[in-house]
Design a protein around this ligand. Structure first.
Ligand SMILES: [Zn+2]
Length: 312
C-alpha cells in the first residue's frame, strides 16, 4: 500500500521533468538544396496535439560541419531535430542561427547543446537582449501552457554571439550572410542567406501562405524585409512557417501587404472603423482565403495597421 503514493509521486515527477529520451513525434526532413534539409512543421499555434512543434527547423551541411537554423520550440522538438541530423550525416553541429526571439524557433537550442556542447549560437543583438530581459521565461511558460506541460524540462539557451546587418560568417567553405532588421516581424529578426547555394532562410519575416501575427512587429518593417528577401533573388526560400519553395510565396506575401495597408489607409482617411474595414478587406484579399491562421490574424492585422497609419 505504501508503494502507491510513492509510485504516484514518481510518475508525477517524471512527467514534470523531461527525460533524456522525450522527443516530439518525428516529421520527415526534406532536402531543399544540394546540402540543405528542412523539417516542415505543421502550421498552427502550439498545442497539445502538435506537442508545441510548429516551425521549420533546418540544417546546412558544410565541408566539415553542420549549421542549424531554428532548432524548434522545446528540448523535445530539438531532440527530434538532432536525431534527424544524425541520420543524415556524421558531421558535428558547430553553429546555430536563431532567426528571432519568438520561442517556437529557438527553445530547441538546449537539445543541440546536449548533443554538441561546443556549438556556437548566433542571433540578432536585440534577440539576445530581449531574451535576457524576460522573453526567455515568457516563452517557456507560454509553450508549457499551450501544450499542457508537454514542453516542461526545456531551458532557455540564449544565443551568445550577436550578428550585424550584412555580416558574413564563413563556415566550412560556405558564406552565411545576415540580413538584419529591427522593425520587421518581431523587431529582432535576422534572415540568413547561404550565398553559394542561393538559399534564404527568412525566419518569420516571410511566411508561406499564412497570415502573419504582427503584434510584435511593424507593417513597414515586414514589407521592407519582404522586398529585401525578393532582392536576394534566392533559388530556394525557407519560410519560418509553411512550405519552402521559389519566390512565388514571397511575392504573394508582398501582394497581401500591398493590398492591406493602402486599403486600411484609404478607409481610415474616410473615417471607417476596424469592424467596417474587415468585410471590405476579406473581399479584397479573398484570393488568400485558404491561408493558415486567416481567422486568427486578419482582424488583429487590421487593428494594428490602423495604429500604424495613425502614426504616419
Ligand atoms: Zn514563428
Amino acid at each position: 500500500m505504501r508503494l502507491l503514493p510513492l509510485l504516484a509521486a514518481l510518475a508525477f515527477s517524471t512527467a514534470a521533468i523531461a527525460g533524456p529520451n522525450d522527443t516530439v513525434r518525428t516529421y520527415p526532413a526534406q532536402k531543399v538544396g544540394a546540402s540543405t534539409w528542412v523539417i516542415h512543421g505543421p502550421q498552427g499555434l502550439p498545442s497539445v496535439e502538435n506537442q508545441g512543434f510548429m516551425n521549420n527547423p533546418a540544417w546546412v551541411v558544410t565541408k566539415d560541419s553542420v549549421v542549424v537554423i531554428d532548432p524548434g520550440s522545446s528540448v523535445q522538438a530539438g531532440r527530434m531535430v538532432v536525431a534527424q541530423i544524425r541520420k543524415a550525416t556524421q558531421l558535428p553541429v558547430t553553429h546555430v542561427f536563431n532567426t528571432h526571439v519568438h520561442g517556437d524557433h529557438w527553445l530547441g537550442n538546449q537539445a543541440i547543446l546536449e548533443a554538441w556542447p561546443k556549438a556556437t549560437i548566433i542571433a540578432h543583438p536585440d534577440m539576445i537582449r530581449v531574451a535576457k530581459e524576460g522573453a526567455d521565461a515568457f516563452w517557456l511558460k507560454l509553450m508549457s501552457d499551450m501544450t499542457q506541460g508537454y514542453t516542461d524540462g526545456t531551458r532557455a539557451e540564449i544565443p551568445t554571439v550577436p550578428t550585424a546587418d550584412g555580416q558574413e560568417f564563413k563556415i566550412g567553405g560556405k558564406t552565411f550572410r545576415i540580413h538584419a532588421s529591427s522593425d520587421a516581424h518581431s523587431k529582432t529578426d535576422d534572415m540568413i542567406e547561404v550565398a553559394e547555394d542561393r538559399i534564404l532562410f527568412t525566419g518569420d519575416n516571410v511566411l508561406a501562405r499564412q497570415v502573419m501575427n504582427l503584434r510584435d512587429g511593424t507593417f513597414k518593417g515586414v514589407m521592407k524585409a519582404t522586398d529585401r528577401a525578393l532582392a536576394v533573388n534566392a533559388r530556394v526560400y525557407v519560410p519560418g512557417h509553411g512550405t519552402s519553395g521559389d519566390r512565388t510565396f514571397v511575392e504573394e506575401q508582398k501582394a497581401w501587404f500591398d493590398i492591406l495597408l493602402p486599403e486600411v489607409r484609404r478607409m481610415y482617411n474616410d473615417g471607417k472603423s476596424d469592424y467596417e474595414m474587415k468585410p471590405v478587406l476579406a473581399e479584397k484579399l479573398k484570393a488568400y482565403r485558404n491561408w493558415a491562421e486567416w481567422d486568427l490574424n486578419l482582424g488583429p492585422q487590421i487593428s494594428l495597421a490602423i495604429l500604424e497609419v495613425e502614426q504616419e
